[in-house]
Each structure stands twice: as C-alpha cells, then as structure tokens.
Write a protein that binds this ligand. Sequence first.
Ligand code: UT7
Length: 323
Amino acid sequence: MAKRSRILGCGSYLPANVVTNRDLEQRVDTSDEWIVQRTGIKSRHIAAEGEMTSDLAVAAAVRALEHAGVDAGSIDCIVLATTTPDNTFPATATKVQAALGTKGFALDIQAVCAGFVYALSIADNFIRAGQATRALVIGAETFSRLLDWNDRTTCVLFGDGAGAVVLDGYEGAGTSNDRGLLSTHLHSDGAHYDLLYVDGGPSSTGMTGHVRMHGQDIFRHAVSKLSAVVEEALTANGLEPSAVDWLVPHQANQRIIDGIARKLKLSSDKVVLTVDRHGNTSAASIPLALCEAVHDGRIKRGDLILMEAIGGGLSWGSALVRW
Ligand code: UT7
C-alpha cells in the first residue's frame, strides 16, 4: 500500500480577449508567418484591464471543484503557481482561499513555467505526509503584464490563463497501475539565472520589470533537459515510453514539444497541443492543456499522462499521472 494523490477533477479559464498574430503585426515588426513557423502560435488570450491573476485562478478553481463534485469546504490546502501575483505579498492563494471559502492553508509558489509541475509535487507531498487531505493545485498567470510590448522577441510568445485540479489523498496499491500521481521529478540550476528573467523586482529595482530572454539558449536547454526529465520519470516507474497515453507538455514552442515527442517515439495524436491558441501561459499552460483534453473526452480514466515543463531559473520537472 502507498499513500497517493489522485486527481478528482479539473477546470480552466481563459480571458475573453483574443489577440492574433495579425493584431501584433500592428504593434511590432513581426509577421504571422514568422511567429507560426518559429513557435506554432497563432493567437493568445489577454486579460482585460482590472482582471487579475486571482480572478483567473478563482474562475478555474470553481470549475475544477464542480468537475470534481466536491465542496470548497472540503479543501484544506491551496498551492497556486504564479509568476504574476496580484500583489508582491500576501500570497494570491490566500485571496483565492477567501473567495472560495476553503479551509486549512494557502500558499503561492514561484517556478515560472515549471510552476504547475512544482505545485503538483508540493501538494502531493503535503498529502502523502498527512499535512493535507484534499488540495487545489492551480496555475494562473496574467503574464501579459510582464511583457515589453515593444520587444518583438518576447511579446509575441506569451498569453494569460488559468487551470486547476483537485487532488485527493487515498491508499493506493503502490504500483504504476494506481490512479493519481505516480511520481514527480524537480530540478533547478541557478547558473542559468540570466537566460530568462524579469529585469525588476521588490529587492532590486523596486519596480515590476519586463521579461528578458535568450531564446536560443533556452531552446537548447529545453530540448536536452526535458528529454532527460521525461526519461527519469519513466525509469522511476519502470515504464517504457510506449506506456504513455498522453504527453501534456508545457506549451512554449511547438518545435520543442515535437522534439520531445520524437524522442519518446510518440505519435502527434498522443500529444495535447494548445500553444497555437494559448501561446505560452507559463504556470497555467499544463493545466489548461490537461483540462481541454479531459473535457473533450480524449483523456479517459486509467490513461497514463506524462507532463513536463521548463522555465526561468532554470527550473524544470516532470510528473507521471494516471487519470
Ligand atoms: O517557457 C519558458 C521557456 N521558453 C522557451 O522555451 C522559449 C525557447 N526559445 C524559443 O522558443 C525560440 O528561441 C524563440 C521562438 C524565442 C525564437 O526563435 P529562434 O528560431 O530561436 O529565433 P532567433 O532568436 O534565433 O531569431 C531569429 C531572427 C533574428 O533576426 P536576425 O538576427 O536573424 O536578423 C531575430 O531578430 O528572428 C528575429 N526575430 C523576429 N522576427 C520577426 C525575433 N523575434 C521576431 C519576431 N518577428 N517576433
């Protein structure tokens, strides 16, 4: 027997405003052709003025609770992954807690694009240690607020959104046939801090700042580190790539996703892709993709899902989950 966390349900939310590549052609020296060829992105959702990360997170969480069929009062832990909190402090998760009426404790975690995998891992560990019984794990971002809208190398890449899952503790058999999180694998390497960062913060400039990225370097790290961390997840569970039913990757660039799928010899119909319509929504991208494939019926009970993500830090990780 082994204590496990299974996913009872998921929900997501995207702001109404859709910005296409053609719209961006009016703002910076770019083209729909360049963006699609280099990234696969065609459009992204951008939060309305006054619409905050907590609003997106609450909307996604309400849908996740509904899908899971559980009351907010049964949640005793919220782990919210975000790089774009409403305020520098307190944790945006506490605002979400108040809006939903959940119990226990609530915290934010910061691992940028790897945030959802980190948050899943943290909540799973709370549950397995007995410190929480039922958790809301949320990835929510208003990443558009960090963009320099005059910098074509970054502003075309990102979008806003939120996704959430309800994690529930139970006693599994301790095998890879169990439902829920089979394992999570986290890494970071601060030697690459300057490859992808925001040029501001409370302790440095006192301002929020804008995203700066060395795209090609990040691309190289992404392909090699994500390949290694998906391998690590499969090996830890004694599984072959052929056991994977769905790759639900972080959605930064279709070329990176295709590269990982090729290494795993997974056909493209086993890969959940949203980057074309969402862009890179940082910590929200995996739960947004997961929700889409669960709600349209692609992901079914018993399916094995492989998640992977990398972002600033560098921070990266993977999770193997049986639905
Ligand atoms: O989620 C966090 C992790 N982030 C990532 O995974 C991002 C990883 N990196 C990437 O996805 C890619 O490196 C980018 C999509 C960011 C860039 O693609 P690339 O193929 O690596 O392009 P590049 O940076 O080598 O730029 C090629 C050319 C440059 O022009 P020159 O120097 O060749 O004349 C850029 O100035 O493309 C130019 N360029 C653009 N042109 C039109 C850069 N951005 C744009 C743009 N529109 N938006």
